[in-house]
Design a protein around this ligand. Structure first.
Ligand code: URA
Length: 211
């Protein structure tokens, strides 16, 4: 597993506004999208491209185009949906699949309750969207699910990560696994309720309101 903490003043600025408890839901949604677009730029650094002949107004040249099979973007429901627009804005030709994950409050085990993905992910580059990497349990199950279906590599895009979650992903997916986490910040720790500290609160609630 590789960890990439995006270090850019615009990212730090937008993240600070997201963290503030005074930021309302509409502003939070818009800023989360903008932040994801900036993270997407970092996350797609190794997206595969192939040569493509193009004709400029002046001459012919060899450019590049995103390779087939196209990358697949997979938001984890519900909060990952708030990151989808920001990601596909930068990479509009990507396909989109969905993973619904739920955690059993007794066993704390994450399971998949819904999935809409191609059966065969052989050779696919996958971008998983999950705003808060907290314990890492859900993300670990999601990544394993995608690798088991043949995914070639998986990049998880997270707004925030806790050291506990990063350690779990690192433990489950060693240096040989093609797994990368791209995040806007690595925070201090988890609190006793599993919230990231200093964090930004419950990402789903802040995006969509409490339901
Ligand atoms: N999920 C959230 O939405 N926020 C946290 O701080 C941790 C997990």
């Amino acid at each position: 597993m590789r960890l990439h903490v995006a270090d850019h003043p615009l990212i730090a600025h937008k993240l600070s506004v997201l963290r503030s408890k005074d930021t309302d839901s509409p502003t939070f949604r818009r800023l989360a999208e903008e932040l994801v677009t900036l993270l997407a730029y970092e996350a797609t650094r190794d997206v595969r491209v192939e040569p493509k002949q193009i004709q400029t107004p002046v001459t012919e040249m060899t450019g590049v185009a995103i390779s087939s099979p196209r990358p697949l973007v997979v938001p984890i429901l519900r909060a990952g949906l708030g990151m989808l627009e920001g990601m596909t804005r930068l990479i509009p030709t990507a396909e989109v699949g969905f993973l619904g994950m739920v955690r059993d409050e007794q066993t704390l085990e994450a399971t998949t309750y819904a999935e809409r993905l191609p059966d065969d992910l052989s050779g696919r580059q996958i971008f998983v969207l999950d705003p808060m990497l907290a314990t890492g349990g859900t993300l670990a199950v999601a990544i394993q699910f995608l690798l088991d279906r043949g995914a070639r590599d998986v990049v998880a895009v997270c707004l925030l990560a806790a050291p506990e979650g990063v350690r779990l992903i690192e433990h489950k997916f060693d240096a040989r696994a093609n797994v990368t986490i791209v995040t806007a910040a690595l925070d201090e720790r988890l609190d006793e309720n599993g919230y990231i500290v200093p964090g930004l609160g419950d990402a789903g609630d802040r995006l969509y309101g409490v339901v």
